[in-house]
Ligand binder design. Structure first.
Ligand code: SF4
Length: 253
């Protein structure tokens, strides 16, 4: 199947079935989303949603964050991954927001990336979700699922995936496509063993095509037989060498 066709089916399927997909992070303002996305790096949205109510109550805006210190922030985020670094990032981010951006979250991806703790992925999320800009953030789910489905070809870095998705996805679905890919990766096309048995995308997924065609299944079966034969051979060799060792000990006695 041509890549263009995969994109067509991908957009058609999700536009029909998940037209309003959104982030699972809880937030009520651009500031809150920025904080939540920074905290969500290498952590689950569920965990972030558990700790942000208390955090936002204590630090409701950039000004209160700017007036705080990493030591003050730490207790509120101690249960997320890398709390020390993230506390420092939040302190620096609050200060820069107030000192440089007058308390307003910038819309420009390059300006956003000047903020401590904000990389390209976070900047793209803010640009897309808050400012409705044509941007797509590539996290681990987006990276993996795009590759598996075949929306990308040999894209080995998040930036390469981003460029390819930007090139082939229509502008009007760029923002929502990020959530389609994340949610699909989180619940169906999971990292270790994708749940292809319940996936509605099998008919245009490149990974499925490669792993479930007759040739692929025959190859997998042949590899299994070969492995079993090698294991049996190794087992036999072990028994023989044990027997020989025993005989030589008996002889010595
Ligand atoms: S068919 Fe399997 S590999 Fe392809 S998208 Fe679905 S779960 Fe992922």
């Amino acid at each position: 199947m041509l890549k263009k066709e995969r994109y067509k089916h991908f957009v058609e399927y999700f536009s029909k079935n998940q037209p309003n997909a959104v982030t699972e992070l809880h937030y009520n303002s651009p500031y809150q989303l920025l904080v939540a996305v920074i905290l969500s790096a290498q952590c689950t949205d569920k965990r972030i949603n558990q700790i942000t109510p208390a955090l936002f109550e204590r630090f409701p805006d950039p000004e209160s964050l700017a007036a705080s210190s990493a030591e003050e922030i730490f207790p509120y985020i101690r249960s997320v991954s890398y709390p020390n670094n993230k506390a420092k990032h939040l302190e620096g981010m609050g200060k820069m927001l107030v000192d440089v951006f007058k308390g307003t979250i910038p819309a420009d991806v390059n300006q956003l990336q000047r903020l401590p703790g904000v990389g390209r992925k976070t900047a793209n999320v803010i640009a897309s979700v808050i400012y409705d800009q044509p941007a797509i953030a590539v996290d681990t789910h987006v990276f993996r699922v795009s590759n598996r489905i075949g929306l990308t070809t040999n894209a080995s870095t998040p930036l390469a995936v981003e460029k390819e998705l930007m090139k082939f996805l229509p502008d009007e679905v760029l923002g929502v496509a990020h959530h389609w890919l994340i949610l699909h990766g989180r619940y169906i096309c999971v990292a270790r063993t994708p749940k292809c048995g319940v996936c509605p995308l099998t008919w245009f997924c490149r990974y499925y095509e490669r792993t479930h065609t007759e040739t692929a299944l025959l190859k997998a079966e042949a590899a299994k037989v070969k492995k079993a034969k090698e294991a049996a051979k190794n087992k036999k060799l072990k028994v023989i060498s044990k027997e020989l060792a025993k005989r030589s000990v008996d002889k010595d006695i």
